[in-house]
Structure formats: C-alpha cells, structure tokens
Ligand binder design. Structure first.
Ligand code: GLC
Length: 745
C-alpha cells in the first residue's frame, strides 16, 4: 500500500479520466472520449465562469450544508431554513434528507427558483448499508478481504443514489488502539495497512469510475485526522501525536483512499497536538491540499466549526468561520458561522476572496463530477424500495466471511445437523444485530435473528429449542451474548469492556450444566472475555453482523461456511492493559524469553503482557501449515528500491485438515535498527486463500520502498528508506515466527 508516493491524480481525474489539478499528471481519455486535459479544461473553465457570476452571499451559501430532518443539537431540524436558503441560491448541500420525492422537491427549489439554479448535493451517513445493512466496518476488516467492503460500497451506493443521495460520509478510516472508543466499530482496527486496503476498496465500491452513474455516490474519507488516537478512548478527546506517528499510523489510509479517487474528506472533532483538526492548516492544507494535491471538498464534521469555540481556539462565530476556511475547510456542516459572518469578514479583509472562490470551486467541481448540473433530479420510479434478494445474499456472505473463530475445543463446531441445540441469551432472538450507523435500513428492515437463522439452516427435523429452560435436553447450548448497538459508535466509549449486565452469570449458569456450549459474541469492539472463555467449548466472534446476521451465524455454526476471519484489533485481557496492540515499540526493557524471571520489563505485575487474542488471530474448522518464507533476493541497494525495484517474499501454505477452508497468510516487516524506533511488527502484506483438504498453494508478496521505509518527524514530510537488515515474519497472526531477512545496502 503506497504511502510514500508524492502527488496524485485529482479525484476528478480518477473519476472521469479528465480534470487535472495543476501539476498532476495528464490523464487518459475521459468517459466522453475527449482527452482528459481538454475535458478538464472545459469543466474548470465552466467552474471559473460560474464562480465569476456569483454574489458573495451565493458563494458563502455554496459552502453551507444544513441538516434536513432528525437533527438534534446545534443544527436542529433545518428543513425550513434549507428551503428558504435554497430558494435564495444560498445553500450548497443538505444532509439527512430521505426519499427521492423529498430530495427532488428540495432540488427543484434550488434549480428552478434560485437566480443561478446551482443544484444541491445531498449527503447521508451510509456507513455499512442503506437498506441492506452489511456487517459493521470492524467486522468487514476481520474478513481480511477488502472485496467485502467494495461489495458493501457498491450495494449501498446503488440503493442510496436511487433514493436521491449523492454523497456518503464514508468510509471511516480512523486507525485506533482504543477498544474503549465506541467508534472502533466504524473503523478497520489497529493497523494502517489493513485500514488503507479497506479504505481504497470501499471508496471504489461507492464511486466506481464515474460519479455521474445512477448507482454511484461520492465517498468521504473521514475523520481527518487521528481521531482514533483520543486519549483514554474517550470520544472527542485530546490527541497529541508526533509528526512521525501522524504520518506512519494515521495518514496512510487517507492517502490510499485519495489515491483511489475519494471525492471528499471530513475533518475530525479532535485536536492534533493542540490545534483542532478543523483549524489545522498543516493537515488540511499543507499535507492534504498541497502535498497530496487534493482538489475535492473538505467538509466539516457536525458543528465542527462551531466547536472551535469550546475548544478554546476561536473567540466567536466569525472567528471560527474565518479560521476554519483558511485552515482548509471548504463546507460547513450544520453550524452557519461562515454564512452568517462571511460578508463582513470579506469586507474587513479577514478572509481572502481567493480562498473563498477556491472553496466554492471545489464544491462546484464535486457537483459537476456527480452530473448534477446535467441531471439534478433522481427518477422516483427507479428508487430501490428495499433490500433485494441479491443484496441480502451479499450481506449474508460478507457477514459469514467476517466472523472470527476464537476457540473450538472437542470439535463442538461445526454443529452436526442431528444435534439437539438449545439457543439461549439476551441476543438469541434479538433484532439488535445491525450495529451502529445502520442507516435507513436499520430502522425499516429488521435483521434475521440468531434463533431464526439457526432454525433456517438446521432444517425442518432439527431439534432447536429456545431459552435456558430448554438446555437440559440439549446436546449443545448456543449462548448468544454481546453489547447492543447503543453501546457502540459515536459518543459510546466504555470504561469497562466486559459483557454488560448479567451475561457473564448466564454463561456461568450454562457452564454449570456441564453441557458443551458455544458462545456467539455480538459486539462492536474487542471485549474482555477472560472471566468465562476457558469454560466455553467454542467462541465465535460475530460482531454486529447486519440484516442477514442470524443466517450468517448459522451458516458458520453448521459449517456451511468455514470461518476464516482474523482479528483486526487485539482483545485485551482487561481494560488496564490498554493500549495493547501488536504494532508497538519494543522499548528498552522488553520481555526476554531467555530470562523469564526478569521482572524489570515493561508490563504489569497483575496481568500477562500479551493480549487475550492478538491482531491477525483466528481459527478454522480445518488446519493449515505454512512453509518457510523466502525472499527473492538477500540484498538490494536502497537506490534500486527508490527507482521502483521490488522484491518478492513467498511462502507455501497447505490445508492439512479434512475440510476446505480459508487461511489469511500475513507478512510483517521489522526494521531492528533505524533512525526512528520502529514497531516490532508492521503488517505489509496479507492474502486470504481458500484451499480444499490437502491442497496447497504458494503466496507471493511484492514489496518495495514504501514497505521498508518510514516517515520521520520532519514537519514538511520526509519518507526515508535506510540501509540495514530487515526481518520479515510470515504467519497466520501477528505472532508469526517464521522469518527471513533482507539486507538493504
Ligand atoms: C457525526 C459524525 C460524522 C457524521 C456526521 C454527520 O457527528 O462524527 O462521522 O458523518 O456527524 O452525521
């Protein structure tokens, strides 16, 4: 995953093969056959001409996004305000508008009743499904198969665009080491490389190659940046990171998403080393717009501009608007400080017309790319009314592919069809399977419950009972526990990661029966499960699996799908252990296996130094064996790598069991001596392979400078590849031990 590249084609260029920001490489022919430069020049000319015709009030209006319904807090329901502003041609965008009929009605006001008829762009949080809820993004990451995210993006875009939505505030790509943070559910976990792969895939799923298409929406890389670093895992809390950690841990997924053509970026609520992200010209302008040549739209988060006041960074609303605009925010979501104060700020020379015009041009550019000037309305007769069978099947497959088998003793899984199964627990027949940010589908289309799914898959004659009372006659008990969606997502940080309520008591009661039991976890974050995991014969991590959750869980329990997922975030043994992630530094006092009695090492007196389960871990119903990894060369000159030379690391993998299954072969890099202390492991390759019983294959990883180097603490951004030894570890989790080395000269 490249993060060492400089410059990039603009999202417009990536979308239509046209449009090049200054300095970006000219592109191939545009969709309409004209050469990129000509089409871009034409469109840019149109944008400049339109900006030239706009009044200051109309320009400021283009930078305003209001919420249409269901908004509480600072924006409230701004429907009436939106209609008034649209009529005056002083509104750029609306979020939370639902239904093609409503969006067309509001669009008609903007297009047919305002002076210039500039169309509105409609945004919505389509995070893991519009009608068809897919598993939460953290679950999708557990599949270690970015195709799952692309499919979610594609299905979601088709449903959303048909209902009048042009723009989704997704993918979220905040790397985090904090399972206490509720928004880990929306993330892809603790690793930047995995997150980057999913960010790019989901962007492609949403956007396709032409934003004008009736089944595509503009994507939004969020939250820019380092939101997942919130101290204590408390949402919205302080983030204080070095430049190197910003560039090595938090930024790579954003670069990958923009390299995939992501049309927009959303600023984050947190401060970054004392500067709020909404006021941070270093990240929003120097890195994003100058280094990366991003020519799309930066939208604030909800009232993010207004929050510069409580942050203690802006003196009043006018100050907040001025600061945000000049830091690099182009559109203000829900708060209206720029619209309210922009004219006076401009007249007083406190904001520059050039910056204002640039922001307006970015918004117009997005609308052109979406085809809204040619076709501002959506065909209501083509509105997708709900999940189709194909969409549900896709969601079912993605959910099963995302599940992680944490434990399976005595071959209790997969369940044999003839077994008498008792299904118990607060989530056994619960509809709380959609997870956070479930979108309109979460409200309208209940999921398949676990009990329902088990009855579907076990078949007619199966003996499936429900409730604790039924356990006596059971051969095996399935205990379905977890945390509800309300404990997950935004403003849902937890200080205790145990199963809420008396669920642990329920597990103990089932254990006391002596009947083998399986625990199915439905959760939006890593949990602390040490109190009961030993007592369970099997544990299946099913996350919040979405609309087809019950069927997907049953598919895995009965072996119709052999689980192959891996943990995208480490499971801590207790909250005190956090942060406990695989990509940590070694410290000067690491654990020394040669000297296990030495207690003067980094760790705790009262808990093991390792997590309950590590990043990249997951079992299968079969077993796999990996050979020794081999590098294609033993040494290579740094200069050759910088010229683009690549090396390969290959490893054989064999299915040594009785049934077909998936394994995720993972490659980690470690630089043992560097001018900046390096993590003990960095994921730089993964491949999920499916093998029949006894089958084998060879997995090959192609690696280059971007995999061996790192960003330094230089504020102007310096990516270095240094001579010396590199160790490669290849295995089926971040605990991989099989290794080979490469010498950089
Ligand atoms: C929320 C979230 C952001 C979301 C936005 C609009 O506060 O932080 O992710 O896209 O508001 O709903």
């Amino acid at each position: 995953m490249g993060d060492g590249g400089v410059g990039r084609r603009t999202f417009l260029a990536a979308m239509t093969g046209s449009g090049t920001a200054a300095g970006a490489v000219a592109t191939d022919a545009a969709a309409d056959g004209t050469t990129g430069t000509a089409a871009a020049g034409g469109r840019e000319e149109e944008i400049r001409a339109l900006v030239g015709r706009m009044t200051v009030a109309e320009k400021l209006g283009q930078l305003q996004q209001l919420s249409w319904t269901g908004a509480t807090g600072p924006g409230g329901s701004q429907t009436a305000a939106a209609e008034r502003a649209a009529k005056k041609g002083e509104l750029g965008s609306v979020l939370n508008i639902l239904g093609a009929r409503h969006s067309n009605a509001l669009q008609r006001i903007a297009v047919e009743e305002s002076r210039l008829g500039i169309p509105l762009v409609f945004g919505l949080d389509v995070i893991h499904g519009f009608w068809t809820t897919f598993p939460i993004p953290l679950a999708q990451a557990a599949s270690f198969d970015p195709e799952t995210a692309r499919v979610d993006g594609e299905v979601s875009a088709k449903e959303a665009r048909s209902q009048g939505i042009h723009w989704t505030f997704s993918p979220m790509m905040d790397v985090t080491h904090e399972p206490r943070w509720g928004r880990i559910a929306e993330s892809c976990g603790e690793d930047p490389y995995l997150t980057a792969a999913f960010a790019a895939a989901k962007t492609r799923g949403y956007q396709g190659t032409d934003l004008k298409a009736k089944d595509r929406v503009a994507a939004c890389a969020k939250h820019f940046v380092a939101y997942g670093g919130a101290e204590g895992g408390r949402d919205y809390n302080t983030v204080d990171v070095s430049e190197s950690r910003l560039r090595n841990l938090y930024l790579p997924p954003f670069k990958a998403a923009l390299d995939a053509g992501c049309a927009t970026v959303m600023a984050s609520f947190n401060t970054l080393s004392g500067i709020p992200a909404h006021a941070n010209s270093h990240t929003l302008t120097e890195i994003l717009k100058e280094d990366w040549e991003f020519d799309g739209v930066v939208v604030s988060d909800w009232n993010g501009v207004g929050e510069l006041l409580p942050h203690g960074f802006a003196a009043d609303g006018a100050d907040a608007g001025r600061i945000a605009l000049h830091a690099g925010v182009d559109m203000e979501m829900v708060s209206t400080h720029l619209a309210d104060h922009g004219e006076e700020l401009l007249a007083a020379g406190r904001i520059k017309e050039e910056r204002l015009d640039d922001a307006v041009a970015r918004v117009l550019r997005l609308k052109y790319a979406l085809g809204l000037f040619e076709n501002p309305y959506v065909d209501e007769s083509e509105a997708v009314p709900g999940p189709t069978p194909e969409a549900r099947q896709a969601a079912r497959e993605v959910a099963a592919r995302s599940m992680v088998l944490l434990k399976n003793e005595g071959g209790v899984l997969p369940l044999a069809p003839g077994k008498a199964v008792a299904v118990v627990g607060p989530y056994a027949d619960s509809r709380d399977l959609h997870g956070t940010w479930a979108g309109p589908g979460g409200e309208k289309f209940p999921p398949v419950t676990v009990l329902h799914g088990i009855r579907n898959v076990a078949g007619r004659g199966a003996k499936v009972t429900y409730g604790v009372g039924a356990t006596k006659a059971a051969d095996v008990v399935v205990v379905v526990v977890g945390e509800g969606a309300k404990l997950s997502g935004e403003a849902a940080s937890r200080s205790d990661l145990g199963l809420p309520g008396d669920q642990e008591e329920l597990i103990a009661a089932v254990a006391a029966t002596g009947i083998p039991f399986v625990v199915v976890l439905l959760n939006g974050r890593p949990l602390t499960i040490g109190n009961w995991v030993e007592s369970a014969s099997a544990v299946l991590e099913a996350w919040h699996p979405g609309i087809e959750g019950g069927n997907a869980i049953a598919d895995v329990l009965y072996g119709k799908v052999n689980p192959g997922g891996k943990l995208p975030a480490s499971f801590p043994r207790n909250v005190g252990q956090i942060p406990v992630h695989y990509n940590h530094e070694n410290t000067g006092r690491p654990y020394d296996p040669e000297n296990p009695g030495n207690t003067f090492i980094t760790g705790y007196l009262d808990v093991d130094r390792t997590p309950q389960y590590p990043f990249g871990y997951g079992l299968s119903y079969t077993t796999f064996e990996l050979g020794e990894p081999r590098a294609s060369v033993e040494r290579i000159a740094v200069a050759e790598l910088k010229r683009g030379e690549r090396i390969e690391v290959e490893v054989s993998v064999r299915n040594t069991g009785e049934v077909a299954g998936d394994e995720v072969v993972q490659l980690y890099v470690h630089d043992p001596v560097a001018s900046l202390v390096q993590p003990v492991r960095r994921l730089r390759g993964f491949e999920r392979v499916t093998l029949g019983a006894g089958e084998s294959t060879v997995v090959r990883f192609s690696l280059g400078a971007e995999d061996f180097g790192f960003w330094t603490n230089a504020v102007d951004g310096r990516f270095v590849v240094e001579p010396g030894r590199l160790d490669f570890f290849v295995g089926t989790s971040s605990r991989a031990t099989a290794s080979c080395t490469l010498h950089l000269e």
